[in-house]
Design a protein around this ligand. Sequence first.
Ligand SMILES: Cc1cc2nc3c(=O)[nH]c(=O)nc-3n(C[C@H](O)[C@H](O)[C@H](O)COP(=O)(O)OP(=O)(O)OC[C@H]3O[C@@H](n4cnc5c(N)ncnc54)[C@H](O)[C@@H]3O)c2cc1C
Length: 373
Amino acid sequence: MSTNGNDVAVIGGGLVGASIAYGLARKGSRVVLLDEGDIALRASRGNFGLVWVQGKGRGRPEYAQWSLRSATLWSAFAAELAEVSGLDVQHENKGGVLLTLSEAEDRQVRALLAEIGSSAGNMRYEYEFLPRARLEKLLPGLGPGVISGSYSPHDGHANPLILLRALHRAFVRSGGRYRPNYTVDSIRGNADGYRIEAGGEALECGRVVIAAGLGSGRLAALVGLDAPTVPVRGQLMVTERIAPLFKVPSNLVRQTGEGGLQLGYTAENAGYDTGVRSDMLRDIAWRCRTAFPFLDRLRVLRTWSALRIMTPDGFPVYDESPTHPGVYVAACHSGVTLAAVHAFVIPDWVSGRPLAPELGCFRTERFNVQEAA
Ligand SMILES: Cc1cc2nc3c(=O)[nH]c(=O)nc-3n(C[C@H](O)[C@H](O)[C@H](O)COP(=O)(O)OP(=O)(O)OC[C@H]3O[C@@H](n4cnc5c(N)ncnc54)[C@H](O)[C@@H]3O)c2cc1C
């Protein structure tokens, strides 16, 4: 066999690729993880760190279900990563709160959650608008500008940077090979599988997973898959550290394991511009200090932006190439939340099992309805 001993090559070493690569390696596959390197656009290094279910899945109950499944698997996933990598990813699953700051926002969130809840069928989709006193217990320092807060026990958070490091370390400790600075240019079929080329180098493997974030669309097109992704910029900031305060994260602020308060976040169509804009940061600061007026007294230590990987309908993409069997694509905008299913569930599919029926709606054919029909 001319697969160079590689059962699978995973292209993209961000959270999605690293989760799938680790999941494959822990099942005994011989996996090589190929990554462009540190200059790349990496959502995995700039995100908010929520493991979040609330509000996800409008119009696509399968997505609510998928997010919930991952959130449910997350504790076992974090425990396994701690054991294999020796790193604590600071996962907490005590729930999370969706705060609103105006009557209009409150109405929108109530309608959104009711709609998702009613389309969830038998799925356990729990949330509850809490009375003020209970909200203040979970989130001390809440200001009068908060209109409502919906608590869901499914939500939580983790440290996304430690998660990425833990996945890479666990992958290598499970027998995986990591190749940084390896920017894949082409994927071609050969007698035993696939030949992947990067610069002047080539590598052979049996199967391929394209999980290259914003680079996935171009690579997927090489194997006949239409998996378009667009960047959506998000800006965040973090304050100096304070003593442990918040019991749970919210959509506006989360306290990191180190004590800093991470304030988020924008969603902007700014192309591939990774700059930070002061007017956007002012909006974040305004919303967060309306929710928690004591933030006025804290210093902001760092601001940054990162590019989300957004599909045209905002839902994940999982598909296998119709022209290149054994080449798969995986892309999504919630790689922290979905890390557990990417490590524990998706590898079965990449190993040859059919895609579970409830994930069929995430195939790429939905972007080209005419052709699919
Ligand atoms: C501001 C912000 C806040 C967010 N908050 C959350 C949150 O709270 N919870 C949550 O679940 N998600 C959140 N996300 C989303 C989450 O960060 C992403 O879903 C996740 O990081 C995507 O991981 P990825 O591996 O697909 O992409 P990336 O992290 O972008 O990694 C893609 C990798 O592919 C590599 N690559 C690209 N092209 C090639 C090539 N040709 N050859 C080799 N390698 C290549 C790159 O080097 C890169 O390392 C947030 C994102 C942003 C921007």
